[in-house]
Design a protein around this ligand. Structure first.
Ligand SMILES: NC(=O)c1ccc[n+]([C@@H]2O[C@H](COP(=O)([O-])OP(=O)(O)OC[C@H]3O[C@@H](n4cnc5c(N)ncnc54)[C@H](OP(=O)(O)O)[C@@H]3O)[C@@H](O)[C@H]2O)c1
Length: 310
């Protein structure tokens, strides 16, 4: 029971908390007494997390929604906004790698839907709650944006690319022609980083920070999709050389809660090292085109106000 004199319980939204790193991020924030909201396609997959959180000072709320669909993203945001005045932390952690070309029910390529639009959509649709909470937004990206080679033994790094012409319509991004799954995943993460730089500028006047992070190579379910087929028979062995979900989660948690990072915004980190991203991600024209395309797709008429607006 909360007494009248107690400070309000802080809310953290963590997507993908039914999986490897998200579960650790959510449990850690709840362990600090926060009320954690997650979005899950199958809420029963959050049972283990719920049991863990029930033992500590925090609490968990699970909203059923599929972040691969526009309706899922908007419904999840509406549910959160309807129940919570302010959000202190938003960790856009849900992500997936798809081994073949697939489209969402809205016609977006699935990496674009899950690894980009879900993160962008929740951030802009929770605009007011984030401002009230003077929130930290953390986008869990991937360093594949700086090098899309799966085996990095030979040749030079091959950064992910964005063709600005594709941004006329998000359904053009990651088209079936010339589709390469790992590149498509990396491009979607690059869209998230690119949009994050734009949002960071927009939100600065409101005390909201937006940063992105590569957590390292972490032994979670997603790596089963990411490991090249030829190496799958030894994926158990490979996992042993990877970071644990706890070690991976530490990178996003640092951005979410480390007091030393108060006010730091518009950065990309490889674990805890600030790192530059492909030049296209800093291009204001590209950022603007991306924002327009995404806002149109989401049906947002008046998204986050421009920089400096009240
Ligand atoms: N592991 C690595 O080495 C690595 C490296 C770089 C970046 N990352 C990024 O780290 C983040 C966390 O991934 P992880 O490694 O912890 O993988 P994971 O264990 O596979 O977790 C992924 C989470 O995303 C959720 N998710 C996927 N599609 C969804 C959808 N349509 N709607 C709602 N939730 C959805 C999953 O929910 P379900 O339970 O419903 O499947 C799961 O909770 C991802 O963004 C990933 O791209 C991972």
């Amino acid at each position: 029971m909360t007494g009248a004199e107690d400070p309000p319980i802080e809310v953290a939204v963590v997507t993908g908390a039914t999986g490897g790193m998200g579960r650790v991020i959510a449990a850690t924030l709840a362990g600090r007494g926060m009320h954690v909201v997650t979005v899950a396609r199958d809420p029963s997959r959050a049972d283990e997390l719920r049991a863990r959180i029930a033992l500590g000072p925090g609490s968990l709320e699970v909203i059923r929604a599929d972040l691969a669909t526009r309706a899922g993203v908007t419904a999840a945001a509406a549910a959160i906004a309807g129940r919570h005045e302010a959000v202190k932390i938003l960790v856009n952690n849900a992500g997936a790698h798809y081994p073949e070309h697939r489209t969402s029910s809205d016609g977006l390529e699935m990496h674009v839907a899950v690894d980009y639009l879900a993160a962008y959509g929740l951030t802009v649709l929770l605009d007011r709650q984030l401002r009230r909470g003077r929130a930290r937004v953390v986008n869990v990206a991937s360093d594949t944006i700086r090098d899309t080679r799966r085996v990095k033994l030979f040749g030079a790094p091959r950064p992910a690319t964005i063709d600005p012409a594709d941004l006329a319509d998000l359904t053009r991004v990651n088209a079936v022609d010339g589709f390469v799954p790992f590149e498509a995943y990396a491009r979607a993460k690059l869209l998230t980083v690119t949009a994050g730089y734009d949002l960071a500028r927009t939100f600065t006047a409101h005390g909201v920070t937006v940063n992105a992070v590569h957590p390292g190579i972490v032994a979670t379910d997603i790596v089963d999709d990411l490991v090249p087929a030829a190496m799958r028979p030894i994926s158990g062995l490979i996992r042993r050389f990877m970071l644990t979900p706890e070690q991976g989660a530490a990178a996003a948690l640092r951005l979410a809660i480390d007091p030393a990072l108060e006010g730091v915004t518009g950065r990309y980190y490889v674990r805890d090292i600030e790192t530059a991203t492909p030049s296209v991600s800093y291009d204001h024209n590209v950022q603007q085109r991306l924002r327009s395309a995404a806002d149109r797709f989401l049906g947002i008429a008046d998204p986050v106000d421009g920089p400096g607006s009240g």
